[in-house]
Design a protein around this ligand. Structure first.
Ligand SMILES: Nc1ncnc2c1ncn2[C@@H]1O[C@H](COP(=O)(O)OP(=O)(O)OP(=O)(O)O)[C@@H](O)[C@H]1O
Ligand SMILES: O=C(O)[C@H](O)CO
Length: 295
């Protein structure tokens, strides 16, 4: 097995993470990778599918990327998939916006992904041979062209499926009655949009989430912190666009961001209430993304 400390240092450098990250990785990522390896050893089917659910900007893609490195160092083949890569195209969401509800134009809530694509990719990852993984380009707000999609050489031992609503269960109908923020009050007064998202969770998303063997749940201190974390993400996107010589205004400004995260508020709050009881590992993060408990 490759030296984990050296691997973590390399990862932190590549990802430009703060110096304190190495300590965190020793307390969190290393033991979590060991736990996932142990789950894999006793799993009844391959690949073992581990869901990583956490609010926007909570650090899911960083966590899963490092876990994949650590698992590979243990000679386990680990693929990472994000539910964000299953978003419907811009045109498909525009069609939903016309036909069902205007708020479905914005990517995010259940109903704006293609869960059947996720099921098909998980299935393909269980077979030998190359699998072209889906990729969504947030600056274009559209799936990336095939040439930009990564290829995983299957079969995978483990798939880490990360996303802000991975494993979410529908809300009981009475909880849908009252709007929870201004967006819902002003633009979904009759509850059609939130009802559609909830029905999607109860329907097509169930087939994807039923495939999860294990669930790791990250929780934010509160929704204000989620807004801040998501803002940091967008700032990174802006910097990346500048570095690539692309238009930085493809990233959202503060007003757009407030409206964007309002779409996520209901389900983010519901997940924090409902999923801890169902998760295998629950990590309560502070505002600096540090878990309160040692693992
Ligand atoms: N443990 C950490 N310490 C400090 N910074 C971190 C840590 N984990 C992640 N970050 C930084 O926080 C930001 C968000 O992380 P990441 O992209 O992993 O979040 P995410 O949950 O996948 O977000 P999204 O749901 O929007 O895709 C990134 O800039 C990342 O470098
Ligand atoms: O950018 C997005 O699509 C949301 O923040 C979910 O990750």
């Amino acid at each position: 097995m490759r030296d984990e400390a050296a691997l973590i240092a390399e990862f932190a450098r590549d990802e430009r993470l703060p110096p304190a990250f190495s300590d965190l990785a020793a307390r969190l990522h290393r033991p979590l990778a060991a736990r996932i390896a142990a789950w894999t050893a006793t799993a009844e089917r391959r690949p073992l599918v581990v869901g990583v659910c956490g609010p926007q900007g909570s650090g899911k893609s960083t966590l899963t990327a490092l876990l994949a490195w650590l698992l590979e160092a243990r000679d386990l083949r680990a693929a990472v998939l994000s539910i964000d890569d299953l978003y419907l195209s811009h045109a498909a969401r525009q069609a939903l916006a016309r036909e069902v509800h205007p708020l479905l134009a914005t990517r995010g809530v259940p109903g704006t992904h293609d869960p059947a694509l996720g099921v098909a990719v998980l299935e393909a990852l269980g077979q030998p041979g190359p699998v072209v993984l889906p990729r969504f380009d947030k600056a274009r707000d559209d799936p990336a062209p095939e040439a930009e999609r990564p290829v995983f050489d299957g079969p995978a031992d483990i798939v880490l499926l990360e996303g802000w609503c991975v494993g979410a269960r529908p809300q009981p109908a009475p909880l849908l009655a009252d709007p929870i923020n201004r967006l819902e009050r002003e633009e979904d007064a009759d509850g059609l949009w939130r009802g559609y998202a909830n029905a999607a969770l109860a329907g097509p998303y169930r087939s994807l989430f039923q495939r999860l063997d294990r669930l790791v749940l990250l929780l934010a201190p509160d929704f204000e912190v989620v807004r801040r974390w998501r803002g940091q993400q967008e700032e990174r996107l802006r910097q990346r666009l500048i570095a690539q010589g692309r238009d930085p205004d493809l990233a959202m400004d503060e007003t757009q961001l407030d409206r964007f995260v309002a779409h996520y508020e209901r389900l983010t709050r519901w997940i924090a209430e409902d999923l801890p009881a169902a998760a295998d590992v629950v990590l309560r993060l502070d505002a600096e993304r540090r878990p309160a408990e040692t693992f």
